[in-house]
Design a binder for this molecule. Sequence first.
Ligand code: DC
Length: 233
Amino acid sequence: MTEPVPAAGDPLFAGDPLFAGDPLIIALDGPAGAGKSTVAARLAEILGLEYLDTGAMYRAVTFAALQAGIDVDDAAAVTQLARDCEIVVADGRVTVDGVDASDAVRSAEVTSAVSTVAAVGQVRAVLVERQRAWAFSRNGGVLEGRDIGSVVFPDARLKLFVTASPMVRAERRVAQSGGDVAEVAAAIAARDLKDSSRATSPLHEAADAVIIDTSEMSIDQVVAQILKMLEHQ
Ligand code: DC
């Protein structure tokens, strides 16, 4: 039997210096397939915090644009859509204007178009504001993305840049969702390049982020290392 997971604010955490002062925000950035989501979800559960997958928000806008027949290269139209649509990312599900799009946001069409949407500065501004509001309304959280430590929460309590070798990342993706390793590796490399070379908030580690290379680590080892860092702050 597993231990019940305490929530932030439970007596267990009362008086815990971890939860004193500013909101406890943990930023996890890094490229696709490095293990961020699993680590972020596990960490949030252990700490009794909520977890936000910000990539799912960019995917949700992309999905909504494709659904509406909007050209993802039309930055003004995509920005308007981002402003207008209601996105809820919670408990591993994604809803867009009340419709469950959890599977649709992971489709090949969305995956290949999302970097274009994520490169639009005004779309980023809309979503960054919502990410900040999400965390402040909860007095903290674990947020995962590409620019959390560098742009969204530069003052986060802990900033991590989680990465792994390109081959390991491709192998993990294939184990998760199938496909050919070489093709998946090429798709990941193309998306990494787009995410790290865009003008607004490109993917790069914050100067004060701790880099964790998970290539040779299990999820449990990564989580344990992060918890140790929190303890020794
Ligand atoms: O984490 P993911 O693969 O679901 O992210 C989808 C896309 O969104 C990816 O191309 C990077 C982009 N993204 C971003 O630019 N900023 C974030 N904070 C999160 C994701």
